[in-house]
Design a protein around this ligand. Sequence first.
Ligand code: P1T
Length: 381
Amino acid sequence: MNKPNGFATRAIHAGQEPDPATGATITPIYATSTFTQEAPGVHKGYEYSRTGNPTRAALEACLAALEGGEYCLAFASGSAANAAVAHLLSPGDHVVAAAEVYGGTYRLFTEVFGHWGIGTTYVKGLEPADFAAALTDRTRLVWLESPTNPLLNLVDIAAVAKIAHEAGALVAVDNTFATPYLQNPLALGADLVVHSATKYLNGHSDAIGGAIVTSDPGLYRELKFLQNAEGATLSPFDSWLILRGVKTLAARMEIHQANAAKVAAFLEGHPAVSRVLYPGLPSHPGHDTARRQMRGWGGMVSFYLKNEAGAEQFFRGLRLFAVAESLGGVESLACQPCTMTHASYPETMRRELGITPGLVRLSVGLEDGEDLLEALDRALE
Ligand code: P1T
């Protein structure tokens, strides 16, 4: 048997054969809503672009190959992908979720699916035993992020997946922060991997998209039905942009990580910083778990300002890092999670978790590392 291609090769070639119609080397943008049939039901595999589109299909095949999954479905946003997973559930079902997730994911489970009779228990400890304690006989889904947004804590995916499966629950892992370059949750036992493709997969902050990857044919059939029935599919143009971005994912992640490691080390030694959260630091509580289940530490760094009251001044004084939500683009971004990405969390929950005004989250980009350190140093003065 042939050895499977490496990650960078798959990113550039998987699902991206020369265009069968023209030989175009790069997957064309099939900007068409519909496909002409020879006779009703006699066609080349495509009928209507909500149901299937060749540009989207190329991206889906590529992402499946990168996650080591059989199937992928691309959605109009990461949130739309998350909603499709939640739509696998029925009223009365119960979800166990990591307490630290993207604020929009918390909002989706609490304020949207909560109203449809699906209760969610948020697990604060993130240890496998904490997840085990939250399971009930109605739990159908365990939802994880690792590293978490915004605190970059680690969850032992294999251990939690084992516990969840013993209780008959599905396991979905949002792999947005790690990317398939650094972590493959399906290989660790997850049933579903979800992505905000808006972030590292696209890498250029110019498209919104999402994806679900699975190797389970039954889940794929259900999700494919939901994708088509609900209609939040990724457009051909955005599919093309994200596929173009994915080609350089391996190369970009190496620079993201190298810069993030420099930033984390710099901040750890800075007198204006009380604590740095970066899985690559030996001081990080999830360092060993990250070493076991990831192939690197990622490009996100969070930290606490010693002077919480000086947060606004810090953000105003920050150069190079745009003060903006989102992450994973070539340009560096900084955000204050408590007022931005996690504003939809209740204040008490934010406090309990440590999502306080002094918490800063950085998406470390591909600029020259020295320039980033200088920008941070000046803002911390
Ligand atoms: O923005 P959208 O493509 O819908 O993806 C939602 C989403 C899902 N999962 C994770 C881990 C995320 O971080 C996000 C979006 N997050 C931000 C916009 C942010 O700044 O954290």
